[in-house]
Design a protein around this ligand. Structure first.
Ligand SMILES: Nc1ncnc2c1ncn2[C@@H]1O[C@H](COP(=O)(O)OP(=O)(O)OP(=O)(O)O)[C@@H](O)[C@H]1O
Ligand SMILES: [Mg+2]
Length: 309
């Protein structure tokens, strides 16, 4: 039997006038790497804070490791590592001193800390910076340090709120390599992210919208929810091209990516020649055109547009 390490039913959290989480139904199995995505204000942070036992439940139910959040939120804390969206390191403290601080917070013995420190430093690629003040680390290194600090008490569950936002792509990749290692070692990870390439690396992805989970599936199946095919066009004049193709039959949706257009169409083979002809007739040069596999990003934009329609 599979065990749900996180399970919520009709979980709701109100702030004065705002219902931030609205009847959330979420089940996460032990060992999953679950990605939470959704537009600003969808309720991702509030959900993670609820699951970390940091906010009171307004209504509904939630269990983490079998503990009821309403009654046993303190019992959950030793098992959970939570990295806040606006996490706080102590800038004046060195990398090592930050470890010590978090170890004390979670009652990690100095013997355990000594054993873990070297491994975590190595893991986070911070060995040579261990005496540097946190404030003097790069943004990417600070994120890795924050993650290492949330691992000091060896939590079974990691709740990470946009841990790589604003970090350069190389550091993001390094950070995700660490997450993948933790995932392979059996840690359950729930991570929110605005980056669709990151969502694509998860075993399952949930889309939050207005406090609810509106889609939840493997990345592959979510991409498959895009009904139709994607045509990628690079026109000489994307604004003019946008106007032209938006009016065409069979074109369900157009998204712009820099100067290229991604067209969601009913049939790629059928519409590609029609699109080429109409762009040509409008005096727009087509630099390249191809049928491209749908990406996570297009699938989500499309799903969110449908919610807003
Ligand atoms: N402490 C608070 N007091 C009042 N309203 C709040 C509070 N925290 C969150 N909210 C509101 O609840 C809603 C959900 O916010 P939340 O921070 O959970 O969204 P989010 O999905 O994490 O957004 P983002 O992508 O911008 O981080 C928003 O409307 C927000 O303004
Ligand atoms: Mg947030």
């Amino acid at each position: 039997m599979t065990e749900n390490i996180i399970e919520t039913h009709a979980l709701t959290r109100d702030f004065k006038k705002t219902r931030a989480v609205d009847g959330l139904e979420l089940s996460i199995e032990r060992g999953e790497l679950f990605g939470l995505v959704g537009p600003d204000g969808a309720g991702k942070t509030t959900s993670l804070r609820l699951l970390a036992g940091l906010l009171d439940v307004s209504a509904g139910e939630a269990r983490v490791l079998g503990f009821d959040l309403k009654e046993k939120s303190e019992a959950i804390k030793p098992h959970v590592g939570y990295m806040a969206q606006q996490f706080s390191l102590y800038g004046e403290l060195s990398v090592l001193e930050n470890f010590q601080f978090f170890a004390e917070l979670f009652d990690v013995s100095s013997k355990d800390l000594a054993e873990r420190t070297e491994r975590l430093l190595e893991f986070a690629g911070l060995t040579e910076f261990k005496n540097r003040r946190a404030a003097n680390l790069s943004g990417g290194m600070q994120k890795k340090l924050a993650l290492a600090c949330t691992l000091v008490h060896q939590p079974e569950i990691l709740l990470l709120d946009e841990p790589t936002t604003g970090v350069d792509p190389v550091s993001r990749r390094e950070f995700w390599n660490i997450l993948t290692e933790l995932h392979l070692a059996g840690t359950t990870i729930l991570v929110s992210t605005p980056y669709m390439d990151e969502a694509d690396r998860c075993s399952r992805v949930g889309l939050m919208y207005a406090g609810k989970l509106v889609e939840c599936d493997t990345p592959q199946n979510i991409r498959g929810k895009l009904e139709g095919e994607m045509i990628e066009v690079q026109p000489s004049d994307w604004q003019k091209a946008l106007e032209t193709v938006s009016r065409l039959r069979g074109v369900r949706e157009v998204q712009t990516y820099g100067e290229s257009l991604h067209l969601l169409v009913d049939s790629g083979v059928k519409r590609m020649p029609e699109i080429q002809t109409s762009l040509k007739n409008a005096g727009i040069e087509v630099r390249s055109i191809r049928i491209a596999p749908a990406r996570m990003e297009e699938a989500f934009i499309s799903l969110i547009r449908r919610m807003e329609a």
